[in-house]
Design a protein around this ligand. Sequence first.
Ligand code: SAM
Length: 276
Amino acid sequence: MTTAHAELQYSPLEPGVYIVGAGPGDPDLLTVKAQKILAQADVILFADSLVPRQVLKVARPDAEIVQTACKTLEDILPLMIQRVRSRQSVVRLHSGDPSLYSAIHEQIQALAAAAIPFEVIPGISAFQAAAAKLQVELTVPELVQTIILTRISGRTEVPAAEELASLAAHRASLCLYLSARHVEAAQAELLQHYPVDTPVAICFRVGWPDEKIWRVPLNQMAALTHEKRLVRTTLYLISPALAVKHQSAGLELKAARSRLYSPEHAHLFRPAQDVS
Ligand SMILES: C[S@@+](CC[C@H](N)C(=O)[O-])C[C@H]1O[C@@H](n2cnc3c(N)ncnc32)[C@H](O)[C@@H]1O
């Protein structure tokens, strides 16, 4: 199902399942490829609990739209397989990027077992959309160079080797998914290693019309979550990088600066400049 962009735009989609990352919710954050596929699909199954309907505005008026929040995999799979065997193109739309917390693993296994062709189209994950809204880089030189994407154990158990407290020991930029219902436990585990005043951005429905973002110190993460009654579609960014202030114009950019664009640093595409 690998198809060139030009062909995708003008020719009908091949029958098969297109597992598409919808991004965080803002339709403008769909990839071009996702938009092209959505605009042509015969059938669109979408996780209505996590993907706002506005993302479907590019769909064909006659496309069959199926909401999946109230369905099981046992409902969804036969539907997808039947439509593809009837020579239809099926989009399975997941929030953010399908490579994380999207339950595509079992769909892929089942589609492969049924010899149904499929393709995965990446999307912008919630952590990327949140960092963009916050106007921050999560990897600031000399401060933090690692990003951890994780969750706390809930109905899905996190393997013991990935306990939040052990990940917190790295004091990296930590993006915490699926954890609002267990925020007290999360905060307690994080506080085992991060300082109490580590900045946390609590990001609710980034890219949705009712998006809200709050910044608090780590020891207030749970209290704010309870006060705002956040239980779903909330991402926590815990990072020393959030404390970095924007520098005003004219300041020397010596601290916290990547060497990549430094005049003193030579690399394959640019000689070093003398700055003495
Ligand atoms: C089932 S996971 C899906 C994650 C998705 N695949 C991604 O890449 O963003 C749902 C969790 O992702 C986070 N999430 C997804 N979309 C979000 C958004 N628009 N704003 C804030 N958090 C979001 C929340 O932590 C939510 O509980």
